[in-house]
Design a binder for this molecule. Structure first.
Ligand code: TDX
Length: 352
Protein backbone atom coordinates (compact mmCIF):
# COMPACT_ATOMS: atom_id res chain seq x y z
CA UNK A 1 0.00 0.00 0.00
CA UNK A 2 0.91 3.65 -0.38
CA UNK A 3 -0.40 5.26 2.81
CA UNK A 4 -1.07 8.97 3.20
CA UNK A 5 -0.18 9.71 6.83
CA UNK A 6 -1.21 13.15 8.10
CA UNK A 7 0.74 14.59 11.02
CA UNK A 8 3.58 12.12 10.44
CA UNK A 9 6.13 14.42 12.09
CA UNK A 10 4.14 14.63 15.31
CA UNK A 11 4.56 12.41 18.36
CA UNK A 12 2.17 9.57 17.48
CA UNK A 13 2.36 10.15 13.71
CA UNK A 14 6.13 9.75 13.64
CA UNK A 15 5.87 6.51 15.66
CA UNK A 16 3.42 5.28 13.01
CA UNK A 17 5.83 6.26 10.21
CA UNK A 18 8.75 4.49 11.90
CA UNK A 19 6.64 1.39 12.60
CA UNK A 20 5.38 1.15 9.01
CA UNK A 21 8.91 1.54 7.64
CA UNK A 22 10.27 -1.16 9.98
CA UNK A 23 7.41 -3.66 10.06
CA UNK A 24 5.90 -3.54 6.57
CA UNK A 25 6.66 -2.98 2.92
CA UNK A 26 4.16 -0.10 2.62
CA UNK A 27 5.26 3.30 1.41
CA UNK A 28 4.25 6.62 2.96
CA UNK A 29 3.27 10.09 1.84
CA UNK A 30 3.65 12.12 5.00
CA UNK A 31 1.63 15.36 5.00
CA UNK A 32 2.63 17.63 7.86
CA UNK A 33 2.21 21.35 8.44
CA UNK A 34 5.34 21.34 10.63
CA UNK A 35 3.85 23.31 13.52
CA UNK A 36 5.69 23.92 16.81
CA UNK A 37 5.43 20.29 17.95
CA UNK A 38 6.50 18.60 14.69
CA UNK A 39 10.01 17.23 14.28
CA UNK A 40 11.72 15.89 11.18
CA UNK A 41 14.30 14.21 13.43
CA UNK A 42 11.52 11.97 14.74
CA UNK A 43 11.30 10.32 11.32
CA UNK A 44 14.72 8.74 12.01
CA UNK A 45 15.69 6.39 9.14
CA UNK A 46 12.48 7.16 7.20
CA UNK A 47 14.00 10.54 6.27
CA UNK A 48 16.44 9.06 3.78
CA UNK A 49 14.25 6.15 2.65
CA UNK A 50 12.72 6.26 -0.87
CA UNK A 51 9.56 4.62 0.55
CA UNK A 52 8.86 7.86 2.48
CA UNK A 53 8.02 11.31 1.07
CA UNK A 54 7.44 14.39 3.24
CA UNK A 55 5.00 17.00 1.93
CA UNK A 56 4.77 20.21 3.95
CA UNK A 57 1.11 21.16 3.70
CA UNK A 58 -1.91 22.12 5.81
CA UNK A 59 -4.81 19.64 5.85
CA UNK A 60 -7.18 22.64 5.91
CA UNK A 61 -5.86 23.77 2.49
CA UNK A 62 -8.30 22.20 0.00
CA UNK A 63 -6.15 22.85 -3.10
CA UNK A 64 -3.09 21.37 -1.44
CA UNK A 65 -5.02 18.26 -0.35
CA UNK A 66 -6.53 17.72 -3.83
CA UNK A 67 -3.02 17.98 -5.22
CA UNK A 68 -1.61 15.47 -2.72
CA UNK A 69 -4.23 12.85 -3.64
CA UNK A 70 -3.82 13.48 -7.38
CA UNK A 71 -0.02 13.33 -7.28
CA UNK A 72 0.53 10.45 -4.86
CA UNK A 73 -2.52 8.23 -5.53
CA UNK A 74 -2.68 6.71 -2.01
CA UNK A 75 -4.38 3.39 -1.21
CA UNK A 76 -5.25 4.48 2.32
CA UNK A 77 -5.20 7.46 4.70
CA UNK A 78 -4.12 7.45 8.32
CA UNK A 79 -5.24 10.79 9.72
CA UNK A 80 -3.24 11.83 12.79
CA UNK A 81 -2.74 15.56 12.16
CA UNK A 82 -4.28 17.47 15.07
CA UNK A 83 -3.73 20.10 17.68
CA UNK A 84 -3.54 17.96 20.81
CA UNK A 85 -2.65 19.86 24.00
CA UNK A 86 -5.61 20.48 26.29
CA UNK A 87 -4.03 23.49 28.06
CA UNK A 88 -3.39 25.18 24.71
CA UNK A 89 -7.00 24.55 23.68
CA UNK A 90 -8.13 26.41 26.79
CA UNK A 91 -5.88 29.39 26.04
CA UNK A 92 -6.58 29.45 22.27
CA UNK A 93 -9.35 27.20 20.92
CA UNK A 94 -9.36 28.69 17.40
CA UNK A 95 -6.43 26.61 16.10
CA UNK A 96 -8.15 23.45 17.40
CA UNK A 97 -11.36 24.15 15.51
CA UNK A 98 -9.43 25.07 12.38
CA UNK A 99 -7.12 22.05 12.23
CA UNK A 100 -9.13 19.36 13.97
CA UNK A 101 -12.60 20.21 12.64
CA UNK A 102 -12.13 22.19 9.41
CA UNK A 103 -8.93 20.29 8.54
CA UNK A 104 -10.65 16.92 8.96
CA UNK A 105 -13.57 18.12 6.82
CA UNK A 106 -11.25 19.31 4.04
CA UNK A 107 -9.27 16.06 4.14
CA UNK A 108 -12.45 13.95 4.07
CA UNK A 109 -13.81 15.86 1.12
CA UNK A 110 -10.54 15.54 -0.81
CA UNK A 111 -10.44 11.82 0.03
CA UNK A 112 -14.04 11.34 -1.11
CA UNK A 113 -13.50 13.08 -4.46
CA UNK A 114 -10.38 11.02 -5.08
CA UNK A 115 -11.94 7.73 -3.90
CA UNK A 116 -15.05 8.25 -6.08
CA UNK A 117 -12.83 8.34 -9.17
CA UNK A 118 -10.80 5.19 -8.40
CA UNK A 119 -11.21 2.03 -10.47
CA UNK A 120 -13.50 -0.56 -8.77
CA UNK A 121 -10.83 -2.78 -7.16
CA UNK A 122 -8.83 0.13 -5.72
CA UNK A 123 -12.05 1.83 -4.64
CA UNK A 124 -13.13 -1.26 -2.70
CA UNK A 125 -9.73 -1.60 -1.01
CA UNK A 126 -9.42 2.09 -0.03
CA UNK A 127 -9.55 2.98 3.69
CA UNK A 128 -9.70 6.26 5.63
CA UNK A 129 -8.49 5.65 9.20
CA UNK A 130 -9.15 8.48 11.64
CA UNK A 131 -7.09 8.42 14.84
CA UNK A 132 -8.78 9.92 17.89
CA UNK A 133 -8.79 10.07 21.66
CA UNK A 134 -10.64 8.75 24.70
CA UNK A 135 -11.29 12.36 25.78
CA UNK A 136 -14.31 12.45 23.45
CA UNK A 137 -16.13 10.20 25.97
CA UNK A 138 -15.88 12.76 28.79
CA UNK A 139 -14.66 11.99 32.30
CA UNK A 140 -15.11 8.90 34.48
CA UNK A 141 -15.76 8.96 38.22
CA UNK A 142 -13.66 6.81 40.59
CA UNK A 143 -15.75 3.61 40.34
CA UNK A 144 -17.11 3.94 36.81
CA UNK A 145 -16.46 1.16 34.28
CA UNK A 146 -13.91 2.15 31.59
CA UNK A 147 -14.96 3.56 28.20
CA UNK A 148 -15.71 1.16 25.34
CA UNK A 149 -16.55 1.52 21.63
CA UNK A 150 -20.20 2.15 22.56
CA UNK A 151 -19.73 4.84 25.24
CA UNK A 152 -21.76 7.98 24.43
CA UNK A 153 -19.81 11.09 23.51
CA UNK A 154 -19.50 13.80 26.18
CA UNK A 155 -16.50 16.02 25.32
CA UNK A 156 -15.76 18.74 27.84
CA UNK A 157 -12.71 20.76 26.71
CA UNK A 158 -12.24 22.75 23.49
CA UNK A 159 -9.70 20.08 22.49
CA UNK A 160 -11.97 17.09 23.11
CA UNK A 161 -14.96 18.88 21.54
CA UNK A 162 -12.90 19.46 18.39
CA UNK A 163 -11.82 15.79 18.27
CA UNK A 164 -15.43 14.64 18.89
CA UNK A 165 -16.58 16.84 16.00
CA UNK A 166 -13.95 15.30 13.74
CA UNK A 167 -15.03 11.76 14.73
CA UNK A 168 -18.64 12.65 13.87
CA UNK A 169 -17.59 14.04 10.48
CA UNK A 170 -15.71 10.84 9.64
CA UNK A 171 -18.71 8.66 10.54
CA UNK A 172 -21.02 10.97 8.56
CA UNK A 173 -18.79 10.60 5.47
CA UNK A 174 -19.13 6.83 5.85
CA UNK A 175 -22.90 6.74 6.38
CA UNK A 176 -23.76 9.43 3.85
CA UNK A 177 -21.22 8.93 1.08
CA UNK A 178 -20.06 5.37 1.69
CA UNK A 179 -16.42 6.38 2.27
CA UNK A 180 -14.75 3.28 3.80
CA UNK A 181 -13.72 4.68 7.16
CA UNK A 182 -12.24 3.32 10.38
CA UNK A 183 -12.06 5.19 13.70
CA UNK A 184 -9.82 4.42 16.65
CA UNK A 185 -9.84 6.11 20.05
CA UNK A 186 -6.96 5.71 22.42
CA UNK A 187 -5.70 6.59 25.89
CA UNK A 188 -2.73 8.79 26.90
CA UNK A 189 0.35 7.86 24.89
CA UNK A 190 3.93 8.43 26.05
CA UNK A 191 7.41 7.52 24.80
CA UNK A 192 10.22 8.77 22.52
CA UNK A 193 9.82 12.15 20.77
CA UNK A 194 6.97 13.23 23.06
CA UNK A 195 6.79 17.02 22.98
CA UNK A 196 7.75 18.34 26.43
CA UNK A 197 4.53 20.20 27.15
CA UNK A 198 2.73 16.96 28.11
CA UNK A 199 2.91 15.54 31.65
CA UNK A 200 5.46 12.72 31.27
CA UNK A 201 8.14 14.48 29.18
CA UNK A 202 7.66 17.78 31.04
CA UNK A 203 8.12 16.17 34.45
CA UNK A 204 11.04 14.01 33.24
CA UNK A 205 12.95 17.03 31.94
CA UNK A 206 12.08 19.28 34.87
CA UNK A 207 13.30 16.52 37.20
CA UNK A 208 16.57 16.26 35.27
CA UNK A 209 17.02 20.04 35.46
CA UNK A 210 16.03 20.36 39.13
CA UNK A 211 12.92 22.44 38.33
CA UNK A 212 9.55 22.17 40.05
CA UNK A 213 7.29 19.29 39.02
CA UNK A 214 3.84 20.87 38.58
CA UNK A 215 0.98 18.58 39.58
CA UNK A 216 -2.45 20.03 38.84
CA UNK A 217 -4.90 19.98 41.75
CA UNK A 218 -4.19 17.19 44.25
CA UNK A 219 -2.74 14.75 41.68
CA UNK A 220 -5.57 12.23 42.04
CA UNK A 221 -6.72 12.52 38.40
CA UNK A 222 -6.18 9.25 36.56
CA UNK A 223 -5.10 8.35 33.05
CA UNK A 224 -4.42 5.01 31.29
CA UNK A 225 -0.87 5.05 29.83
CA UNK A 226 -0.01 3.42 26.47
CA UNK A 227 3.56 3.24 25.16
CA UNK A 228 3.46 4.98 21.78
CA UNK A 229 5.16 2.12 19.88
CA UNK A 230 2.45 -0.28 21.07
CA UNK A 231 -0.15 2.17 19.81
CA UNK A 232 1.56 2.45 16.40
CA UNK A 233 1.46 -1.34 16.06
CA UNK A 234 -2.27 -1.36 16.89
CA UNK A 235 -2.97 1.39 14.37
CA UNK A 236 -1.40 -0.49 11.46
CA UNK A 237 -3.47 -3.55 12.42
CA UNK A 238 -6.64 -1.42 12.45
CA UNK A 239 -5.81 -0.25 8.94
CA UNK A 240 -4.98 -3.74 7.65
CA UNK A 241 -7.65 -5.75 9.46
CA UNK A 242 -10.32 -3.27 10.52
CA UNK A 243 -13.92 -3.65 9.51
CA UNK A 244 -15.29 -0.74 7.46
CA UNK A 245 -17.33 1.64 9.60
CA UNK A 246 -16.08 0.14 12.87
CA UNK A 247 -14.55 1.85 15.91
CA UNK A 248 -11.58 0.46 17.86
CA UNK A 249 -11.05 1.50 21.49
CA UNK A 250 -7.35 0.98 22.19
CA UNK A 251 -6.19 0.97 25.81
CA UNK A 252 -3.18 -0.17 27.79
CA UNK A 253 -4.76 -1.52 31.03
CA UNK A 254 -2.24 0.68 32.89
CA UNK A 255 -4.24 3.27 34.85
CA UNK A 256 -2.27 5.49 37.24
CA UNK A 257 -3.00 8.65 39.20
CA UNK A 258 -0.98 11.66 38.06
CA UNK A 259 0.78 11.74 41.41
CA UNK A 260 1.82 8.09 41.02
CA UNK A 261 3.07 8.86 37.51
CA UNK A 262 5.14 11.79 38.75
CA UNK A 263 6.56 9.72 41.62
CA UNK A 264 7.47 6.91 39.20
CA UNK A 265 9.28 9.42 36.98
CA UNK A 266 11.17 10.77 40.01
CA UNK A 267 12.27 7.24 40.93
CA UNK A 268 13.35 6.45 37.36
CA UNK A 269 15.35 9.68 37.06
CA UNK A 270 16.89 9.26 40.55
CA UNK A 271 18.01 5.72 39.65
CA UNK A 272 19.83 6.95 36.53
CA UNK A 273 21.10 10.39 37.57
CA UNK A 274 21.19 10.66 41.37
CA UNK A 275 20.77 14.20 42.64
CA UNK A 276 23.20 15.12 45.46
CA UNK A 277 20.49 17.44 46.82
CA UNK A 278 18.18 14.45 47.45
CA UNK A 279 15.33 12.51 45.82
CA UNK A 280 13.41 14.42 43.11
CA UNK A 281 10.06 13.95 44.87
CA UNK A 282 11.03 17.04 46.86
CA UNK A 283 10.44 19.05 43.67
CA UNK A 284 6.73 18.08 43.43
CA UNK A 285 4.55 21.15 43.62
CA UNK A 286 0.74 21.10 43.68
CA UNK A 287 -0.38 23.94 41.42
CA UNK A 288 -3.65 25.54 40.36
CA UNK A 289 -5.85 22.97 38.66
CA UNK A 290 -6.62 22.95 34.91
CA UNK A 291 -10.06 24.55 34.34
CA UNK A 292 -12.65 21.79 33.75
CA UNK A 293 -9.96 19.13 34.45
CA UNK A 294 -11.41 15.71 33.52
CA UNK A 295 -11.02 13.40 36.52
CA UNK A 296 -10.36 10.07 34.88
CA UNK A 297 -10.02 8.38 31.48
CA UNK A 298 -9.66 4.65 30.92
CA UNK A 299 -10.52 2.34 28.03
CA UNK A 300 -11.56 -1.30 28.19
CA UNK A 301 -9.59 -2.59 25.17
CA UNK A 302 -11.11 -6.12 25.15
CA UNK A 303 -12.92 -5.77 21.80
CA UNK A 304 -9.96 -4.21 19.99
CA UNK A 305 -7.54 -6.78 21.47
CA UNK A 306 -9.72 -9.62 20.20
CA UNK A 307 -10.39 -8.10 16.77
CA UNK A 308 -6.77 -7.15 16.12
CA UNK A 309 -4.90 -9.95 17.91
CA UNK A 310 -3.04 -7.19 19.75
CA UNK A 311 -2.20 -6.32 23.35
CA UNK A 312 -0.06 -3.49 24.71
CA UNK A 313 3.38 -5.08 25.09
CA UNK A 314 4.71 -2.60 27.67
CA UNK A 315 3.57 -2.29 31.26
CA UNK A 316 3.86 1.27 32.58
CA UNK A 317 7.14 0.80 34.44
CA UNK A 318 8.87 -0.86 31.44
CA UNK A 319 7.62 1.81 29.04
CA UNK A 320 8.62 4.59 31.42
CA UNK A 321 12.14 3.15 31.79
CA UNK A 322 12.57 3.18 28.00
CA UNK A 323 11.17 6.71 27.84
CA UNK A 324 13.46 8.14 30.51
CA UNK A 325 16.47 6.40 28.87
CA UNK A 326 15.43 7.90 25.53
CA UNK A 327 15.24 11.44 26.93
CA UNK A 328 18.66 11.00 28.55
CA UNK A 329 20.09 9.92 25.18
CA UNK A 330 18.47 12.78 23.19
CA UNK A 331 19.48 15.90 25.07
CA UNK A 332 20.22 18.09 22.00
CA UNK A 333 16.64 17.57 20.73
CA UNK A 334 14.86 18.62 23.90
CA UNK A 335 17.36 21.25 25.00
CA UNK A 336 16.69 23.14 21.78
CA UNK A 337 12.93 22.93 22.33
CA UNK A 338 13.21 23.96 25.96
CA UNK A 339 15.41 26.91 25.01
CA UNK A 340 12.40 28.03 22.94
CA UNK A 341 10.52 28.49 26.23
CA UNK A 342 8.47 25.32 26.44
CA UNK A 343 9.13 24.78 30.13
CA UNK A 344 5.45 24.13 30.83
CA UNK A 345 2.31 26.05 30.00
CA UNK A 346 1.07 26.58 33.53
CA UNK A 347 4.45 26.64 35.23
CA UNK A 348 4.65 30.43 35.06
CA UNK A 349 1.25 30.77 36.69
CA UNK A 350 2.23 28.33 39.42
CA UNK A 351 5.50 30.05 40.20
CA UNK A 352 3.93 33.53 40.26
O1 TDX B 1 2.18 20.06 34.08
C1 TDX B 1 1.23 19.25 34.12
N1 TDX B 1 0.75 18.82 35.33
C2 TDX B 1 -0.31 17.97 35.45
O2 TDX B 1 -0.71 17.60 36.56
C3 TDX B 1 0.59 18.75 32.91
C4 TDX B 1 1.09 19.20 31.57
C5 TDX B 1 -0.46 17.88 33.07
N2 TDX B 1 -0.92 17.51 34.29
C6 TDX B 1 -2.04 16.56 34.41
C7 TDX B 1 -3.25 16.87 33.55
C8 TDX B 1 -3.76 15.49 33.21
O3 TDX B 1 -4.60 15.01 34.23
O4 TDX B 1 -1.54 15.31 33.93
C9 TDX B 1 -2.51 14.61 33.15
C10 TDX B 1 -1.96 14.42 31.77
O5 TDX B 1 -1.90 15.69 31.15
P1 TDX B 1 -1.47 15.87 29.62
O6 TDX B 1 -0.15 15.24 29.41
O7 TDX B 1 -1.64 17.32 29.27
O8 TDX B 1 -2.53 14.94 28.87
P2 TDX B 1 -4.14 14.92 28.88
O9 TDX B 1 -4.73 16.23 29.20
O10 TDX B 1 -4.57 13.74 29.72
O11 TDX B 1 -4.41 14.62 27.32
C11 TDX B 1 -3.56 13.69 26.63
O12 TDX B 1 -4.16 12.45 26.45
C12 TDX B 1 -5.25 12.37 25.57
C13 TDX B 1 -3.15 14.27 25.30
O13 TDX B 1 -2.57 15.55 25.46
C14 TDX B 1 -4.31 14.34 24.36
O14 TDX B 1 -3.92 14.83 23.11
C15 TDX B 1 -4.90 12.98 24.23
O15 TDX B 1 -6.02 13.05 23.41
Amino acid sequence: MRILVTGGCGFIGSAVVRHIMRASGHSIVNVDKMTYSASEDALEEALGDPRHVLVRADIADADAMAQVFATHQPDAVMHLAAESHVDRSIDGPGAFVRTNVVGTFVLLDAARAYWAGLPAARKAAFRFHHISTDEVFGALGPGDPPFTETTAYDPRSPYSASKAASDHLVRAWHHTYGLPTLVSNTVNNYGPWHFPEKLIPLVTLNALEGKILPVYGDGSNERDWLFVEDHAAALLLVLERGEIGATYAIGARQPRSNLDVVKAICAAVDARVPDPAGPRERLISFVTDRPGHDFRYEIDPSCAEKALGWKAAHGFEAGLAKTVDWFLAHRPWWEKIRAGNYAGQRLGKAAA
